[in-house]
Structure formats: C-alpha cells, structure tokens
Design a protein around this ligand. Structure first.
Ligand SMILES: *Cc1c(COP(=O)(O)O)cnc(C)c1O
Length: 393
C-alpha cells in the first residue's frame, strides 16, 4: 500500500490522537529507516529514544526471536529466567535494591508514586502523601501521571485528576523547600527535562534536593524514562549527577523497541510493595525481558557508554560548526541533544529535514530534539549534518 492509501484508512479506522509526520515507515537497519515508498532516512529520533541499539540489531532481534519460540508470556503467577536476569542486571549495575517491571514509562511512574505513598503510610500513617514535582516536567499520560506533570496544559478535560501533587521551580531550592511541607512523602523529577525542552538540571540543585530528601525522609524519585539506559553516556543519568535516588523509573530504551518499563528501588524502600498492593498482567514477560537483557548487556559496558559521550560531543560540535544564525545553541548530554531555534521557524526546519531524509523530534517551545540510536555511526552523523547544512543555510 502507498502512503496515501494507508493514510486514508488510518483516518477512517484509527483515533486521531497524533499529528503524525506524512510518511509510513516499513523497515530499518542500524540508524537508517525506509518508508513504504522506498525513501531512505537517517533516524535521529529512534522512536522517541526507544530503539537504543537501532534497527534490526542482531543481539535484540535474535533474543526476541529465540524467546518467542520458547515462551512469550506466562503472567506474574510464575517465575521466568529472563525476568530474574534482567532485574539482577539492573540491581547489580546500580547498587540499588529490587525491581518491579511495568509496561511503559507512565506505568513505571504510577508504580513509583504508589511505592512512595505506601512507604510513608507504613512509616508515618495517613496524611503524608503529597509528591513534589517540577514545573515544565513530563511524567506520562495516565490520569495520575498527567497530574504529576508540572505543565498546566496537561491538566484539562479529564477531571477529576488524582490529588496530591504540587510543583516547584526547577533549579530553585527555596521553591522545593516551600512546596515540600509536612504532608509531603516524595520529590519526583527528571534530571534532564525531556519533553519540556531538553533542559538539564543544575548539579548543585540536584545535590541539594537529595540532601533535603534525606533530612526529611522524603523519597527521591528520579524519572529516567528518557534519560536512562545509556542515553546520557552513563547507564543512568543519576550516575552523572553523583546522587543516590530512592527510586528510579525507566522505560523507553530498556527493551530496545519492545514495551517494557521498570521501577528500581533502593534497599530502604524496595520491600514496600507486597502481594496484593501492586501488579500487572503483562509486565516483565519473558519476551520483553529477553530484549531488555540484550540491551543491558550491550549498553552496560564502559566502552559503549564512553562512545555515547564521544558521539554526543562530536554531533554537538558538528552542528554548532554549521555556523548558521538560525542555530541559537545546542544543549543536552550524551546523545540526548536539542538544537535551539526560533519557535516560529521550528516546524519549517523539522519538515525540511524530513523532506531531505533526516528524522528529528521537537521538545519545549524552541528545541529540535535529537535522540539517535546509541549505536549510530560517525558516517550517519556526518550525513545528517550535511543535510542540516542545507536546511539551515
Ligand atoms: C516518555 C516519558 C514518559 C512516559 O512514558 P510512556 O512510555 O509514554 O508512558 C514519562 N516520563 C518521561 C521523562 C518520559 O520521557
């Protein structure tokens, strides 16, 4: 089917919840994608930071195929080896306590919110349930995680939202101190606000929030759904900041393309959720955990992570080197980058890049967001920069 044929049936049969780009994708290899009409693209989006090892990576594809022939799903009524192995890898790599597997970033955050509230309930009783998040954050699309998201535009239509969230100003410790009152049980934040515009938090601020959490026995929940799994040049971004969170949530890159999320909790709180308090039918299936094991084996390797840092620095320098007045800056960490442009010009640049064969994302008001596969090579980065030169000329 052509794009036009697919699009007309999509409009007839699929709910209109996305402003999709005008292409239909068919297959991929490494950091390259092909649409149904055979046109080739360099992918600097990786399915919104999901395809950590790119397309058709034999480690991930073989792990999925082999596991699919054995067992895809058994439910959490039974133990499976891939699930136990994936949990052990995450715990061993971080020095944290235990893992709960979910199916998405929003669900991982839901799990973290429940864990924090129960931790506090068990220890202090009722009334200590507020979670402080940051303005301009993004934590997901469920009714609870929408409310956890510190942007008013996400708080429409779906009333009543879950209560018990308040929003502090990023990089402003006084604001966090003011919001974190006696009814608060946790602080939850992204270390680099992804959807909000690829905004890295200040290191001093993050350290001070960690200290505040310790002082008041608030759980420090770090949402690493976007920053985790090698994206910023460390397995988790909290390692770049030198902090020790109580809870870390992840999803996007973890399965290398299959839907898997996780809540990783420190030893202080990893036994809070017990039978009957939290569960999922699909979460942690042997299929998705086989994929996660393949991704973790590849990414949790100093050489791989150093290469992510080097490639991120290279790409940033090459883009700045274009020297276009339309490029107002590049910010980010590792292979989570944003090209800053005039808000009114952004859509034109993004569409021109797609037209010329480079896929990118947007974030915030003025960011063209880049989340390439972590395995992208220098030749593909160079080819993408040549196209950017034409577009930003
Ligand atoms: C994408 C994202 C989420 C939501 O993840 P889903 O898998 O879409 O539910 C939550 N937090 C952050 C930081 C994200 O980037």
């Amino acid at each position: 089917m052509t794009y036009q044929e697919l699009k007309s049936e999509e409009q007839q049969y699929v709910m209109n919840t996305y402003a999709r780009f005008p292409i239909a994708l068919d297959r991929g290899e490494g950091a390259r994608l092909w649409d149904v009409e055979g046109k080739e693209y360099i992918d600097l989006a990786s399915g919104i930071g999901v395809n950590a090892l790119g397309y058709n990576d034999p480690r991930v594809a073989d792990a999925i195929a082999e596991q699919a022939h054995k067992l895809c799903h058994v439910s959490n009524l039974y133990t499976t080896a891939p699930m136990v192995q994936a949990a052990k890898k995450l715990v061993t790599a971080t020095g944290m306590g235990k893992v709960f597997f979910a199916n998405s970033g929003a669900e991982a955050n839901e799990g973290a919110i429940k864990l924090a509230r129960k931790y506090s309930y068990d220890k202090y009783g009722e009334g200590r349930n507020k979670i402080v998040t940051l303005r301009n954050s993004f934590h997901g699309r469920t009714v609870t995680t929408l409310k956890a998201t510190g942007q008013a535009r996400f708080h429409d239509f779906f009333f009543p939202f879950t209560e018990g969230f308040d929003y502090a100003q990023a990089d402003n410790l006084d604001s966090v101190k003011e919001k974190a009152d006696a009814s608060t049980c946790a602080v939850m934040m992204e270390l680099i606000q992804g959807e909000g515009g690829v905004l890295p938090l200040d290191r001093g601020f993050v350290k001070a929030v960690e200290a505040l959490c310790r002082e008041r026995d608030l759980l420090l929940i770090i949402d690493e759904v976007q920053t985790g799994i090698g994206r910023t040049g460390a397995l988790f971004c909290f390692q770049n900041y030198g902090i020790k969170p109580d809870v870390v949530t992840m999803a996007k890159g973890l399965g290398g393309g299959v839907p898997v999320g996780a809540v990783l909790a420190d030893t202080s709180c990893c036994d809070v959720l017990v039978p009957g308090t939290h569960a999922t039918t699909f979460g942690g299936s042997p299929l998705v955990c086989a994929a996660a094991n393949a991704v973790l084996d590849a990414v949790n390797n100093p050489k791989f992570l150093t290469a992510v840092c080097e490639k991120g620095n290279y790409l940033r320098d090459r883009i700045l080197g274009i020297g276009s007045p339309d490029i107002q800056g590049v910010r980010g960490m590792g292979l989570m980058l944003a090209i800053l442009v005039e808000p009114e010009k952004r859509a034109g640049f993004v569409n021109a890049l797609l037209e010329k064969g480079v896929l990118v994302l947007t974030a915030g008001q003025n960011a063209i967001r880049l989340l390439p596969p972590l395995t992208i090579g220098y030749a593909d980065m160079n080819a993408a920069v040549e196209i950017m030169k034409e577009v930003f000329a």
